[in-house]
Ligand binder design. Structure first.
Ligand code: PMP
Length: 367
């Protein structure tokens, strides 16, 4: 049998493991930051109608520029952030991972580097590597906020072409304030000019307003978003960005022709028609997230402030042993490798109760 070691894979991929959380069949799965609420039945019906329409012309390639979808996404952003966004400022792809890949293909690549402030979303580093972009791991404070001074120094020293700012940050839940983003942007322009990519995959769950209005007057700032979390549509694979129209023009250089299927575009348009219902679920999840923070703290655990749909908690002598113990109680959470910490996604009230019961049981077993 041929192993991957025998194949002539690129040097930088040798010995690496693919990204992925364990897919285990467990009663309570709170490990991948999914939305626990299935799409409402009216929306399921609307998707069926729109996809049926799209099916009638599947002999043709889809709208390559996804104009109707980008118009609807721009309207959604304008409505929810109060900042006027036009279709020309929006671009969509198959999940925000693909958005990030297109940005790195456009602005990173061999001989160039990207920086992120870790612990953060590990795909920023992995997609960098996959696109031949060097990866630099910038620092965070002990409380998981970005140390702006240290970050500015790292940017000045290494002059990366791409700077990732994840807000709210995965896996810590930490939001980044506007001042930090503008300071990092100034540092990146002085050292570069470089692109600053604000990953707002969890933006809708934040206590704070979106960082999106910062794209005004900052042509090298990109905000990326997704329908995987707030829209409860992780299976759809729809991510998007907002930025200066020139950025949208630039990513056209690397996007595959017709990358976004007609079925995807039809489904996303249907979901956007049901924004109000879906944002109602987001409000419920925010309340549940805040409850998890309170109740975990009441159990004496250290909980990182969260603006996302998940909560980082600890501190455990052996986080992986606690992860395993929770699994034995039928609850799957995530061990992101942050020393002493685990991450739990806010689920339904019943799932969160089951999780909290499991934590109570496990912390009693291992005081
Ligand atoms: N950014 C962050 C911070 C994430 O946590 C995720 C998903 N885990 C993504 C981007 C990618 O999401 P998707 O490709 O589903 O849009």
């Amino acid at each position: 049998m041929t192993g991957i070691e025998q194949l002539p894979v690129r040097d930088e991929l040798r010995g690496k493991t693919p990204y992925g959380a364990p897919q285990l069949d467990v009663p309570v799965r709170l490990n991948t930051n999914e939305n626990p609420y299935p799409l409402p039945e009216e929306l399921v019906q609307r998707i069926a109608e729109r996809v049926t329409d799209a099916a009638r012309t599947l002999n043709r390639y889809p709208d390559r520029d996804a104009l109707a979808l980008r118009t609807a996404l721009a309207a959604y952003l304008t409505r929810t952030t109060g900042f006027e966004v036009s279709r020309e400022q929006v671009w969509a792809a198959n999940g925000s991972n693909e958005v990030i890949q297109q940005l790195l293909q456009t602005f990173g690549g061999p001989g160039r580097t990207a920086i992120g402030f870790e612990p953060s979303y590990s795909m920023h580093g992995l997609i960098s590597r996959g696109t031949g972009t060097g990866w630099l791991s910038g620092p965070r404070r002990a409380d998981f906020t970005i140390d702006t001074g240290a970050a500015v120094r790292a940017i000045a020293e290494h002059r990366p072409e791409v700077v990732f700012v994840c807000s709210p940050n995965n896996p810590t839940g930490t939001a980044v304030d506007r001042g930090t983003v503008t300071e990092l942007y100034e540092a990146a322009q002085a050292a570069g000019p470089s692109m600053v990519v604000v990953d707002e995959a969890y933006g809708e769950f934040s206590h704070r307003p979106s960082l999106l209005p910062l794209i005004e007057g900052r042509p090298n700032l990109v905000v990326s978003r997704t329908m995987s979390k707030a829209f409860g549509a992780a299976g759809l694979r729809l991510g998007y960005l907002a930025a200066d129209p020139a950025v949208v023009d630039a990513v056209q250089l690397v996007r595959l022709p017709y990358h976004l299927s007609a079925v995807t575009q039809a489904t996303a348009l249907a979901a956007l028609e049901h924004t109000d219902t879906l944002l109602g679920y987001v409000e419920r999840l925010k309340d549940e997230r805040d409850r998890l923070v309170r109740e975990l703290r009441a159990l004496g655990l250290e909980v990182t402030e969260s603006d996302a749909n998940f909560v980082q908690f600890g501190v455990f002598d052996d986080a992986h042993a606690t992860w395993r113990a929770l699994l034995e109680h039928g609850v799957l959470v995530r061990d992101n490798g942050v020393p002493g910490r685990l991450r739990v996604t806010a689920g339904t009230p019943e799932e969160n109760d089951a999780f909290l019961d499991a934590v109570r049981a496990v912390t009693k077993e291992t005081p």
